[in-house]
Design a protein around this ligand. Sequence first.
Ligand SMILES: N[C@@H](CCC(=O)N[C@@H](CS)C(=O)NCC(=O)O)C(=O)O
Length: 302
Amino acid sequence: MSDAPNDPPPPNSPPGYTPPTVWTNKASGGKFASINRPVSGPTHEKELPVGRHPFQLYSLATPNGVKVTVMLEELLALGHAGAEYDAWLINIQDGDQFGSGFVGVNPNSKIPALMDRSGPVPIRIFESGAILVHLAEKFGAFLPTDTTRAECLSWLFWQMGSAPYLGGGFGHFYAYAPFKIEYAIDRFAMEVKRQLDVLDKRLAEADYLAGADYTIADIAVWPWYGNLAKGKLYEAAEFLQVQEYKNVLRWADAIEARPAVKRGCMVNTAWGEPSGQLHERHDASDFETKTQDKIGEAVEKK
Ligand SMILES: N[C@@H](CCC(=O)N[C@@H](CS)C(=O)NCC(=O)O)C(=O)O
């Protein structure tokens, strides 16, 4: 394709389209079109369930949801019994995030959302980064207090700012949009490769993002960029040539091997291998007894 300055611009899509003076909402198609609205707030009345543990998590095992279940499992693995939690499934395709109870915990209607019921007054926390900081500060874990604290928070906030280009930009236009738009895919593929290169260079200098230790920065970044580098997001491994990012792959393998990460990835998972799906988690034993393959067996034996 020529970039010559005198080339006519490519046609708009649909041909002849120019934005109207005032935007109006119309069906746009695509995988998530049915759940998108231009207003916030609840669409229906629905209380949220409350279990017996100090933390009540309302979530789904997307990359943003997994950050919190991994953190809670890591805290429990460290021996922080106070991090016990009930994890309830919020099915975003069915619009559970627009129930009145969920909106009360997260007015932004997105998973993950957490209630901290460990003290006299229940505390709501939304935005996965805020949840990670809340838990890290509460238990004094995975957020350094020395000179690497700023580095940890820098990479944590890098993730919050960068991942929308990966998920909402690249992932949306490469995998979910109802038709392929070369301009959009090129723009976001360029940015995602640049982000992978940023991570790769940092992980050439240090084992983990904040330095020598695994922190909430790794817990936040891994579900997005670790999974992308391992070819588990958007079937884009070859397109993005992810094998180039050797330090990211080394780091992703180390995190993936952690038992708490394996458990965290099972919680609120409602797709894939039945043995990897733990729709709700209310007890540590649920990983052995309540995965979909086990629940299916129990139903068959009845
Ligand atoms: N910045 C937010 C992003 C949360 C987010 O985008 N959640 C998605 C799933 S990964 C969601 O709930 N989408 C439902 C919707 O948009 O209606 C965070 O990190 O918590």
